[in-house]
Design a protein around this ligand. Structure first.
Ligand code: SF4
Length: 308
C-alpha cells in the first residue's frame, strides 16, 4: 500500500512530512504534522530531519526552505500555487511600497518569497491581529496581499491599514445567498469562518479564526452543529476532533461535486505524487540566496512575536 511505502521511505531518508489542513485525508494520515500556516512554519523551523516534504502549496514550501536553507525541501506538485500569492506580483508591489516609504510592511504568509523579502514582518491568520497590535500606533502600515484579512484586522485592532487589493478565489467563492438559506435550514448551527472570507460572510459568523483556531473552537462545543466557511479539507481533522458534531461546509457560488469550496491548488497533491517526490527527491524548492537572506528576517520576527 502506498501509505506504507511512504512511511518506509520517510524513515530511510530521515524526512518529515508536513501537511496543511486543506490536504486530502490520505495525505493528512501519513503526515508527521498537520496544521495551519503558523504551526507548519514553527514545525519547519524546529525540525531536525534532513528532508522536508511539504504537502501544501508553493509559498509554504518556500517558507520552509527559507527557514532551512541547508535542507532539501520538496513539494509533491510544483504547480501547486496559490491565487492569493499570485494576486501580488513583486514588481507592482515594490512600486506600491516605494510610493509609501514611511509605511511598515506586514505581509500575510500567503505570498511569494520575493514579497516576503520586501516585508518588515510576516503574519498568518492566527497572529495577524497581535502582530499589527505590536506596531507603535503612530506607525502607518501596509498590509498585503489579502484585503479581506486586512479588513478583518482593521476591524479587530481599530487601526487604519493601507491594503493591497489581493484575495483568495476559494474564500471569495462562498455564496451569501446560499449561506442564508442554509442558516434558515439549520437555525441551531454556529457559523465559523476563516478571515480570508469576504466581509458579508464574516458578518454572519459566530467565530472567525485561522484553521487551527476553528478546530479549537469546535472542540469547546463538541456536540454542536457548525457551518464551516473555509476550504473543505479542514473537515477531515475537524470531524476527527469532534466525532459527535455535525459539520456542514459553507456552500460555494458555483455548483460542484461536493457543493463546498475546495482549493484546486491544494488538491493537486496526491498520495502518488507524494510517494514519487520522496523517491525521486524532486521537485525540489529552491530560493535565491539574496531573497532567502532578506525573507528570513520578517519570518523570524513573526516566529519571535508568536512564541509566547
Ligand atoms: S485556499 Fe486560497 S489562499 Fe489557500 S492556498 Fe488555496 S488559493 Fe491560496
Amino acid at each position: 500500500m502506498l501509505q506504507h511505502k511512504i512511511a518506509e521511505l520517510k524513515k530511510q531518508k530521515n524526512a518529515v512530512i508536513l501537511a496543511h489542513y486543506y490536504q486530502i485525508p490520505e495525505i493528512q494520515e501519513v503526515a508527521d504534522y498537520v496544521g495551519d500556516s503558523l504551526g507548519l512554519s514553527q514545525k519547519a523551523a524546529e525540525t531536525d530531519a534532513d528532508m522536508i516534504v511539504f504537502a501544501g502549496v508553493h509559498f509554504m514550501a518556500e517558507t520552509a526552505k527559507i527557514l532551512n536553507p541547508s535542507k532539501k525541501v520538496l513539494l509533491p506538485d510544483v504547480n501547486a500555487g496559490c491565487s492569493l500569492a499570485e494576486s501580488c506580483p513583486p514588481e507592482a508591489f515594490q512600486k506600491f511600497i516605494n510610493s509609501h516609504p514611511d509605511h511598515l510592511v506586514i505581509t500575510y504568509v500567503n505570498c511569494s518569497a520575493e514579497i516576503k523579502a520586501m516585508s518588515d514582518i510576516v503574519c498568518t491568520s492566527s497572529n495577524a491581529v497581535a502582530i499589527v497590535n505590536s506596531v507603535p500606533e503612530d506607525k502607518p502600515i501596509i498590509f498585503a496581499p489579502d484585503k479581506n484579512l486586512g479588513r478583518y484586522v482593521m476591524q479587530e485592532t481599530g487601526r487604519e491599514l493601507l491594503l493591497w487589493d489581493g484575495s483568495c478565489v476559494v474564500h471569495e467563492a462562498f455564496s451569501a445567498d446560499k449561506l442564508i438559506s442554509l442558516i434558515q435550514q439549520h437555525p441551531d448551527a454556529k457559523i465559523i469562518a476563516h478571515p480570508e472570507s469576504e466581509t458579508h460572510i464574516l458578518k454572519t459568523a459566530n467565530y472567525i479564526g485561522s484553521t487551527a483556531g476553528m478546530i479549537s473552537f469546535v472542540k469547546q462545543h463538541p456536540e454542536h452543529k457548525f457551518i464551516v466557511a473555509t476550504e473543505a479539507g479542514i473537515l477531515y481533522k475537524m470531524q476527527e476532533a469532534v466525532p459527535q458534531a455535525t459539520l456542514i461546509p459553507a456552500p460555494a457560488k458555483e455548483d460542484n461535486n461536493c457543493a463546498c469550496s475546495e482549493c484546486a491548488f491544494m488538491k493537486m497533491n496526491t498520495l502518488e505524487k507524494l510517494y514519487n517526490c520522496l523517491q525521486m527527491e524532486a521537485p525540489e524548492i529552491l530560493v535565491a540566496e539574496d531573497i532567502q537572506n532578506k525573507a528570513l528576517y520578517p519570518i523570524n520576527r513573526m516566529l519571535e512575536l508568536s512564541a509566547h
